[in-house]
Design a protein around this ligand. Structure first.
Ligand code: BGC
Length: 611
């Protein structure tokens, strides 16, 4: 039987309740395997930081086995259809303890190497498969146009062409030939998420259709051609209309004009923003073209509401059938019907999870993503034999160097929760035996310690989604991790307020400038390594440094920073974002009167020349 006739056959045998169950995606903490079976659930997800058991691959496999077995159980009133499990593996399988954590997308944008993207995606896919998961909500194809946006680091570039090139390579790496080493990709967030006014998360993108196509839709074209199986609707609105209810964007453009045959999934409670009346919100989003509904805890209301709306004639049966067909088509193309239970799949609990081979790819990505913005006085590379003072808040903090969406939704602080890999300090110390760590530089109090040079690792603390926004006032709706406990302390506010009111780093983190000035005053040359999820206004910090390196959010392999700083490799990274001079500076490549602090494409090598 051909795939499409198998799908037709299944759809013909399904009751309305079974169809709506297929369209429902609850969060793992809010559903049991028995409920998956009884409500014919099509998909389950883990929100950011939502993890089973001790959060080891074996715990995930056990959980997925139970969900899978429930979904394929046979019996009176049941129609076995294997469940699809989704996670945000957006920089490695970042929810899971001991996973290889790759640099966030902004760093990969600066590395700008499609072949590396394919290798990262393959390694990530294997780590996902190790846990019995089949689907990742990645890659993000946002074209972030305002650095104030808390999700800037999820974006490869402010330039749509670079986003398209790297995103396409990532999809190829994840999905491959859809065989045993593949996971399903999800392009997100459709569409215009990076173009909101002021960079407000989930905000309003105001622009002409031409501009929407040129800036925000363009990167989807190569990724769709590469066969991405799913697309996630975006929280933002376009010219006043929310994407989750936008028939023109979801159905006419994506499915019609662009010929997308896979499934559209809603974002976390994304349909709630369409109307205060939940059934009305369901009606608008189903009719607009959402197929699978990420309804973490309200899934019962979603099922009842959808059935009621169909029975009342507010949603045509054809639309339900189309949604179910698309979900089944993704399962079919992915080969889910043929795959055995998660525990019996080829890469289940594989030793490749967090392996040296995967960490080597991540380390390569770290060293190729570093961008040197200032290099004066010939202090780079630093000699391995020098007496190096390693200091700054982020010097020995694997949590901060990984950023948000790592073990916890908002990320973590300290080394405890990112298991495996090296902090930047650990990477430096492994090859520079005379290096000394003093995060607050207190070692300089009292006698002069005779350091040749200081490597000062400063920057932002971790954040995710709207809690990373930079804007004055306002509160932030909790996103997918809002319901999950955070292990350990996180330095940044999780109280529902944005990260900061300005991009001016010396106002947000005056302690960083104080550290730099203290070292300066001691007459020690300063090499600054800046850990951040976006370009930040650092005029004072650059002035106080002899060399200044943007390290972005490098992930678990801090040793990649040492590879370049200590001269085993030269700098290769160039800016995939324009770097601002002031908080109000919102330049993007190609703008009129373009005058940023550092232009798109800027980057120096160890000799101080342009890369
Ligand atoms: C985010 C998505 C994510 C989803 C599931 C939402 O809050 O916007 O990017 O895929 O949660 O965790």
């Amino acid at each position: 039987m051909s795939a499409e006739s198998r799908i037709d056959d299944l759809v013909a045998r399904m009751t309305l309740r079974q169809k709506v169950g297929q369209m429902t995606q609850p969060e793992r903490m809010h559903i049991t395997p028995d409920e998956v079976r009884d409500h014919h659930i099509g998909s389950v997800l883990s929100g950011g930081g939502s993890t089973p058991g001790e959060n080891r691959p074996a715990d995930w496999v056990e959980m997925n086995d139970a969900f899978w077995a429930a979904s394929v159980e046979e019996g009176e009133g049941l129609l076995p259809i294997p469940l699809l499990y989704g996670v945000d593996a957006i920089h490695g399988h970042n929810n899971v303890l001991g996973a290889t954590v790759f640099p966030h997308n902004i760093g990969l944008g600066c590395a700008n190497d499609p072949d590396l993207m394919v290798r990262i995606a393959r390694a990530t896919a294997l780590e996902i498969l190790a846990t019995g998961v089949e689907w990742t909500f990645a890659p993000t194809l946002a074209v972030a146009r305002d650095d104030h946006w808390g999700r800037t680091y999820e974006s490869y570039s402010e330039d749509p062409e670079r986003v398209g090139t790297l995103g396409e390579a990532f999809v190829r790496g994840l999905q491959g030939d859809l065989g045993d080493e593949a996971v399903a990709a999800c392009l997100k967030h459709w569409v215009g998420d990076g173009g909101t006014t002021g960079g407000v998360d989930q905000g309003e993108t105001t622009c002409s259709e031409d501009e929407l196509r040129r800036l925000h839709i363009a990167p989807y074209l190569p990724a769709l051609r590469a066969g991405a199986l799913s697309v996630m609707a975006s929280y933002n609105s376009w010219n006043g209309e929310k994407c989750h209810g936008h028939r023109g964007l979801l159905t006419d453009l994506l499915k019609g004009e662009l010929g997308f045959e896979g499934l559209v999934v809603s974002d976390w409670n994304g349909i709630d923003q369409l109307s205060d009346d939940y059934v009305e919100a369901i009606v608008q989003s189903v009719n607009a073209g959402v197929d699978l509904f990420m309804v973490p805890d309200q899934w019962r209301d979603f099922i009842d509401g959808t059935i009621a709306a169909v029975e009342a004639g507010r949603i045509p049966m054809d639309r339900i059938d189309d949604a179910v067909r698309r979900i089944l088509r993704v399962k079919e193309r992915y080969g889910l019907f043929e795959r055995p239970r998660p525990a019996e799949r080829p890469h289940s609990d594989t030793a490749l999870f967090g392996s040296a081979a995967h960490r080597a790819i991540a380390r390569e990505a770290v060293r190729t993503s570093l961008v040197c913005l200032k290099n004066e006085g010939g202090h780079l590379p630093v000699s391995k034999h020098a007496r190096i003072l390693v200091t700054g808040r982020n010097a020995n903090d694997r949590g901060h160097q990984c950023g948000g969406f790592t073990v916890a939704w908002q990320g973590t602080s300290g080394n405890e929760h990112v298991q495996g890999g090296t902090s930047i300090w650990e990477g430096l110390h492994a090859v520079a035996p005379h290096a000394v760590l003093s995060p607050d530089a207190s070692i300089l109090d009292g006698e002069s310690a005779g350091f040749d040079v200081a490597i000062v690792v400063i920057g932002e603390g971790p954040y995710a989604e709207g809690l990373g926004d930079v804007r004055s006032g306002g509160t932030v709706d909790p996103g997918s991790g809002g319901a999950t406990p955070t292990p350990g302390p996180v330095e940044t506010s999780q109280g529902g307020t944005p990260y900061a009111a300005t991009l001016d780093h010396h106002l947000n983190h005056p302690e960083d400038l104080a550290t730099l000035e203290k070292i300066r005053a001691a007459g020690i040359p300063v090499v600054t390594v800046f850990v951040s999820g976006r370009p930040v206004v650092v005029e004072h910090e650059i002035d106080a440094s002899d060399a200044f390196v943007a390290a972005w959010l490098p992930g678990s392999e801090g040793a990649g920073v040492a590879d370049v700083l200590l001269g085993d490799h030269d700098f290769q990274g160039t800016l995939s974002f324009s770097w601002p001079r002031t908080d109000s500076d919102r330049f993007n490549r190609g703008d009129d009167a373009y005058d940023p602090r550092f232009p798109y494409g800027f980057g120096l090598n160890a000799e101080g020349h342009r890369v």
